[in-house]
Ligand binder design. Structure first.
Ligand code: ADP
Length: 373
């Protein structure tokens, strides 16, 4: 039987063709000197050197980090081969991550390292993206968990109080108490019910406003909105003896009065809550086609790192142990202000108080009257 053999030169040619077909980089390295003695086409494409240029280099010229020396690698690779990740450098100085799979071979008393090198830029990017997503998801879950805890706590407190008051009311009725007492207990229960429904409203708002609030726009006067908002928190400011000053000129603009009042009430409630019972001021000034409205307190203030975050959903910069709250007031306010094509920001420093500034376009260039109210 005749066996068909391929001449050795042709074999070499075929192997070279094969190497040039492979997408991974193939380098044959002299284990004693580290010099590159063979490189395929993928190597030329990856390192941006011609084959001749590569053959004039040592593997150390392509590496960025101090890697295991070729001799060490040779030793560990001799038997089972080695697999590691490192960084390689292209001719233009740019760097890319690679996975190197090496084996040592001895041929005619010379030792070689056969390396198959894979560009893992895409894999690394996908890993980083997965990692980033995981962290974001974990953070979102932690925020949500804390939110649920705070929300149930916030809702439970007025519920418990209302329930206690209703029990008391029933006892008062059984005892035949005076109408005055019955009225007082009923009023107290009603005020807690109001608080409860405000909380529920806030939760609803947060989910409804996510798609962008629908505005009911009409030409309105900012001074009136500001005075109405201040009236809404009047009971609180009086109960705690907190001074509140309002300097808002008559400014007409195309806005949603109810929503704008909601923004101001949110900012005022925060100024009361975080304002250490110090005076609060509300002011506004017109600048060309914009109006800047400021709510200023002299309370606990905020660290610079918090000033953007607090406008996010459920975001808070205080511990639940010290201050209750859902972390939704500023989020809702931002949605409303942005729906008016405006913006909201805060200037603050810890212990120095905070100034929340809402900037709104007037919407109607002619509709402006700046006489002070
Ligand atoms: P809540 O007050 O219910 O936590 P907000 O969305 O209204 O939610 O506020 C988010 C966070 O911003 C608060 O938890 C608080 O840390 C911070 N913050 C808001 N207003 C002020 C303020 N006037 N002074 C200091 N910190 C404030």
């Amino acid at each position: 039987m005749r066996s068909q053999t391929v001449p050795p030169v042709a074999t070499t040619e075929l192997y070279r063709e094969l190497h040039d077909h492979v997408r991974d980089i193939i380098l044959v390295i002299d284990a004693d000197t580290g010099r590159i003695v063979e490189a395929n086409r993928a190597a030329e494409q990856a390192y941006l050197y011609s084959r001749d240029e590569l053959l004039a280099l040592a593997i150390y010229d392509l590496r960025l980090e101090t890697p295991p020396s070729v001799t060490d690698q040779m030793r560990s690779a001799d038997r089972q081969g080695s697999l590691f990740e490192t960084l390689h450098r292209r001719k233009d100085g740019s760097v890319f991550p690679v996975e190197v799979s090496s084996r040592g071979e001895t041929l005619d008393d010379s030792r070689y390292l056969l390396s198959i090198i894979r560009d893992i830029t895409e894999r690394k990017r996908a890993e980083e993206e997965r990692e980033r997503l995981l962290i974001t998801t974990q953070q979102a879950l932690a925020t949500r968990e804390e939110f649920l805890w705070v929300a149930s706590h916030e809702l439970r407190t007025p519920l418990t109080i209302v329930s206690l008051q209703l029990h008391q009311l029933r006892r008062s009725i059984d005892r035949g108490d005076t109408t005055d007492r019955l009225t007082a207990s009923t009023e107290a229960a009603l005020s807690h019910i109001e608080r409860l429904s405000a909380l529920v409203q806030r939760l609803l708002d947060a989910s409804l406003l996510e798609k962008g609030p629908r505005l009911d726009v009409a030409e309105i006067d900012l001074a009136e909105v500001a005075h109405n908002a201040v009236e809404r928190v009047r009971a609180q400011t009086e109960a705690f003896g907190i001074e509140i000053s309002v300097e808002v000129p008559v400014v007409r603009g195309l806005w949603d009065a109810v929503r704008l009042e909601q923004v101001l009430i949110n900012l005022l409630s925060n100024a009361l809550k975080y304002g250490l019972r110090q005076p609060i001021s509300v002011s506004a000034r017109v600048d060309a086609d914009l109006v800047h409205i400021e709510v200023r307190d002299r309370g606990i203030g905020l660290a610079a790192s918090e000033t953007d975050r607090i406008f996010g959903k459920f975001e808070r910069a205080v511990s639940t142990a010290h201050y209750g709250g859902l972390g939704l007031g500023l989020y809702i306010s931002r949605q409303i202000v942005e729906a008016h094509r405006g913006w909201i920001e805060v200037e603050s420093a810890p212990g120095r108080g905070s100034t929340f500034r809402v900037t709104l376009p007037l919407g109607s260039p002619a509709g402006r009257d700046q006489s002070a109210s």
